[in-house]
Each structure stands twice: as structure tokens, then as C-alpha cells.
Ligand binder design. Structure first.
Ligand code: AMP
Length: 282
């Protein structure tokens, strides 16, 4: 695996690879790898000839009071893990390389960014859409892999790629969880052991919701109430939002028909955690 830090070099390398008619898969990340990230890389390896993983903690997607400075960074361990999975190129540019001067151009996906995390994290998805489109232009992948754990992000990137005619396919990969159900996240390392235990209520509440739907419950109000009742049993968990919404428009549902997304965000100690479950019709 080769580590590349400049845009010029990654472009030159991939231009050469493309000459051999090879397909390129991109896995954009902020590093600090766990099994969730590795699942995306493995999928890219399976489906593409060349796998590129990018690591960039993108300052423009963090709000002024968020954890940009504190966000965990560990290039040494990340590169070992990525190499083991068989990633071909690890693209890890600096902030100066990505933003050499003030960025005057932004990509803004409307409507689906007004809700869920977008309502709490103003400017976050503009930062994401802008940096992802920059990465798409640098790597020019055939396939780009994103986790369903960040479902809204996946939908924003899919819509951006469609609206802006990026010539690639955005692939969603299922959420990887710890054995006890906690969704894997780089931010889980902010949790104390007590907070880690309390945080389990989030995935538990999503499982409860899915059981209720399986048992025929169609009323989002009932499901929301039961979930909130359960989550309130953990005083260390502060729910930021809980949404039962359409899987495409991300607008709240008044009745669950075929499909639904149940998504939540919560603060647990220093960590802001998100999780979701997709209810799929048959
Ligand atoms: P991050 O480094 O947290 O920005 O995540 C990079 C990519 O990995 C994003 O597409 C995430 O959705 C995905 N990802 C993060 N955690 C998980 C997980 N537990 N399961 C699946 N994908 C994940």
C-alpha cells in the first residue's frame, strides 16, 4: 500500500491505473479506523480493481463548538489496518493541501440537509458535500463507498452525485456494530465505561422500534413514545433528535407504510452519537 499526500501525485498515479482499464473504488474517511471503515474497504476491494481510501479530517464540516481539534487521529495504526485489508492507496492530504487558500466555492444540497443532523449541525452537510466533490474530482472513482450509519450523509452524497452528474456510483454499506449492538464510531472512544454502557440504550431503542413495526405498529407516534420512554431510563443519554421519516425525502412520516428510516442523535458525555435503522418493506 502506498501512502500519498499530494493531489498531484494521487491524480498522476490513478491516471496511470486507469490506462490499464482498471476500475477505481474510493472510500472517503476521517481516519481512526474501526471495523465499520474496514467493511467499506473490503467491499471496495471486492468490487473494484484499485481501492483508494482517503483520510481527511475536514475542518469545514465541523461547527465552531465541535470536536475538530479533539477528533482522534492515528495515521500509523490506520495505515497498518488499511494495508492488511488490501487497500492500494491511502490518500492522506493535509488541510493546506486540500484548502490552499480561502474556499469560495461550496456545494450545497438543499432540503434533505434541513432535517435530522442538518438541523442541529448548521453548515455540516455543505462541508461534507464540498469536500466529497473535491475528492471525487481528485480520485475520479467508478464507485464510492459510504456507510449507512451516516444515512443522511449517504443520501446527500447520492443526490449530489446525481444532480451534478458525477460519473460514478455511490454505494451504501450496512452499519457495523459491536457485539452488544453499539454502532461502531470513531467517537466511541470519547466514552467512559459507564457512558459506553448507557449508550447501548440507543441501539436497543432502535431494535424495539423495529420489533414494534414487525408486530404491526404503523403509528410513528406510538413508536417514538416507546423509544423515548426507554432512552429516558438512561440519565447519561441526552437525546438530540429522534426521527421516523421517509427514506428518500427524510421528512417525518405520519404513518409507516412500506419503508421508513428511524434515526437518532444523542449526546453521551463528550460524544455526540448517531444511529439509525432502516425498516424495509417486503
Ligand atoms: P468517518 O471516518 O466517521 O467519517 O466515516 C467514514 C465512512 O465510514 C463513512 O461513510 C461512514 O458512514 C462509514 N462508517 C462509519 N462508521 C460505520 C459503521 N459503524 N458501519 C458502517 N460504516 C461506517
Amino acid at each position: 500500500m502506498k501512502i500519498v499526500t499530494t493531489i498531484k501525485e494521487i491524480k498522476a498515479i490513478l491516471k496511470q491505473e486507469r490506462r490499464g482499464d482498471k476500475t477505481i473504488g474510493l472510500v472517503p474517511t476521517m481516519g481512526c479506523f474501526h471495523e465499520g471503515h474496514l467493511a467499506l474497504m473490503r467491499r471496495a476491494k471486492e468490487e473494484c480493481d484499485v481501492t483508494v481510501t482517503s483520510i481527511f479530517v475536514n475542518p469545514t464540516q465541523f461547527g465552531p463548538s465541535e470536536d475538530f481539534e479533539a477528533y482522534p487521529r492515528d495515521l500509523k495504526s490506520d495505515s497498518k489496518m488499511a494495508e492488511k485489508v488490501g487497500v492500494d492507496y491511502l490518500f492522506a492530504p493535509s488541510v493546506e493541501e486540500m484548502y490552499p487558500e480561502e474556499n469560495l466555492t461550496h456545494v450545497n444540497v438543499e432540503k434533505i440537509t434541513d432535517v435530522l443532523c442538518g438541523a442541529c449541525r448548521i453548515g455540516h452537510f455543505q462541508g461534507v458535500a464540498t469536500v466529497v466533490s473535491k475528492l471525487f474530482n481528485m480520485v475520479n472513482p467508478d464507485f464510492a463507498y459510504f456507510g449507512e450509519k451516516d444515512y443522511q450523509q449517504l443520501m446527500v452524497v447520492k443526490r449530489m452525485a446525481k444532480d451534478l452528474n458525477f460519473d460514478l456510483q455511490v454505494v451504501g454499506v450496512s452499519t457495523v456494530r459491536e457485539e452488544d449492538g453499539l454502532a461502531m464510531s470513531s467517537r466511541n472512544r470519547y466514552l467512559s465505561s459507564e457512558e459506553r454502557k448507557a449508550a447501548l440504550v440507543l441501539s436497543k431503542s432502535l431494535r424495539l422500534a423495529s420489533e414494534m413495526v414487525e408486530n404491526g405498529e404503523k403509528n410513528p407516534g406510538e413508536i417514538r413514545e416507546s423509544m423515548i420512554r426507554l432512552i429516558k431510563k438512561e440519565p447519561l443519554v441526552n437525546l438530540e433528535y429522534l426521527s421516523i421519516c421517509d427514506t428518500i425525502s427524510l421528512r417525518e412520516l405520519t404513518i409507516i407504510k412500506r419503508e421508513a428510516l428511524i434515526a437518532l442523535a444523542a449526546r453521551v458525555g463528550k460524544a455526540r452519537l448517531i444511529d439509525n435503522i432502516l425498516i424495509k418493506g417486503n
